[in-house]
Every structure is written in C-alpha cells, then in structure tokens.
Design a protein around this ligand. Structure first.
Ligand SMILES: [Ca+2]
Ligand SMILES: [Ca+2]
Ligand SMILES: [Ca+2]
Length: 243
C-alpha cells in the first residue's frame, strides 16, 4: 500500500511539468479590480453576444478603449506575485470596432492594435473595416465575427457606430501570444491602439473580452523526489484518517 501511494505521488508531479496554470482571468462582467489601470471602461458586448469559439464567447460586458492619440491611451493589466515560471501566455477575444483603416495611407491609416509585456511588443496588427487592408492573417477559426476585412463575406455591424462594420478575433489561437519567455514575478500587459491614422472615439475603437493569463506550471521546488513522496504519503494518510 505504501509503495502504491508513492508511485501515484511521483506520477502526479511528473504530469504537472509542462502543463499550464491560469493565474488571471476576467470576463469583464463584474467591476474590475485594481489590477486594471489606465482606460478601464467596461460596457455591453452588444451584437457580439454569444459569438466565439466553444468555451469562450463574448457575453455581458467587454473592456472598451476608444481613446485617441498615437499611441492612444493604454489599458494596463498588472499581475504580481507570480509563482516561479519560465513562460507566460495570454489569450483574449478582440473586438475591432468601427472604421479601422488598415495600412491605408490616404490619411486615415495606418491603424494598429498593440499588446506589450513589460514594455516589449508581443503583438501588433493592423485591421481594416472601412478603408484599405490590414496585415493580420487570422489562424484557422481565428475570425469569429464579421469579415475581418473591408467588404469581405460576412461583413456586418455588431453595434457602436452603426455606420461602420465590426469584426472580432479569437487571439487564444494566436501563437505569438503563447509560451512567451518570462520569469519575473510581476507581469505588466498593456493594450493600446497606435498609428498615424488612428482617430478613436466613435470612429474606431477596440474591445477585449474573456482574457486569460497562464504560466507554465512548475512543481513547487522540493528537496527531492523522496520528500515529495513522503509529503504525499502524509497527505493521503491524513485524508484517510478524516474519513
Ligand atoms: Ca464579457
Ligand atoms: Ca483610422
Ligand atoms: Ca459598428
């Protein structure tokens, strides 16, 4: 019996290596905590409600940032006290709201959506829904609402400025946001628009919903496998005593 418990304990430790642990998530449906600073406005997802891939769809509210400027004002997520890790991943649903102008150079573009981690760019893409063309190619199933381009099939208006179509993307499928080398116990993500044609306001804005941050799980450092085995035995014995 003792040897059986030891085997189970060691197997569990081995299985956790390489897995990931969610350290933060928000669907933006409840008031935001102090981890969010900068532009922290939340509002209805409007016509995007229910759209997405299985397990992650727009619902309730999203965080919407319609600030102007180049770069525009950021929405910032600060996470402290992260456990030991070597990589970090972030996923979210992105709403590209109203008349983005892609890389258009006629005075209305370019328009970019950016994500930085600890001040370093981890994502920048240009999207188009009014003029020109963007430079973002969504992976399979990455486009979850609208056409993702000007006048493409599926073009639709999901709310906000009714004169302009909207699109949405599942950035959980964006490989550049997965397993980013990172070891600090603090992580600061900033989300913001930029570009010489960025107008903001009711002309062009963005929203995010269902954000999730995870780190690669690392078993709590232990003096050795035998110590973990002993801890597992003690825990199992304690459980049995309580029953
Ligand atoms: Ca939501
Ligand atoms: Ca623009
Ligand atoms: Ca719209």
């Amino acid at each position: 019996m003792r040897s059986a418990f030891l085997c189970v304990s060691v197997a569990a430790v081995a299985a956790s290596a390489g897995a990931s642990t969610v350290v933060y998530s928000s669907d933006f449906n409840a008031p935001l905590g102090g981890e969010w600073t900068g532009v922290t406005n939340t509002e209805s997802v409007q016509g995007l409600n229910g759209l997405g891939n299985p397990g992650r769809t727009f619902s309730g509210n999203l965080l919407r940032n319609d600030s102007a400027g180049n770069p525009a004002s950021v929405s910032r997520l600060t996470l402290n006290g992260l456990a030991a890790h070597s990589t970090i991943s972030v996923g979210m649903l992105l709403a590209v709201i109203d008349s983005w102008d892609g890389l258009n150079q006629q005075g209305y573009g370019p328009d970019y959506f950016n994500i930085t981690l600890d001040g370093v760019s981890i994502f920048q893409a240009s999207f188009a829904s009014a003029l020109g063309a963007g430079n973002y190619t969504a992976p399979a199933n990455g486009l979850i609402a609208g056409s993702g381009q000007v006048g493409g099939p599926g073009a639709a208006n999901f709310g906000w400025n009714g004169a302009w179509n909207d699109s949405a993307f599942d950035l959980y499928l964006e490989s550049s946001l997965q397993n980013i080398a990172h070891t600090s116990s603090t992580a600061v993500f900033e989300f913001f628009a930029s570009g010489g044609g960025w107008q903001g306001g009711s002309d062009e804005s963005w929203g995010i919903d269902n954000i999730e941050v995870s780190i690669d799980a690392t078993a709590v450092p232990m003096p050795g496998a035998s110590a973990m085995g002993a801890a597992g035995l003690l825990a199992a014995a304690a459980l049995r005593r309580r029953r």
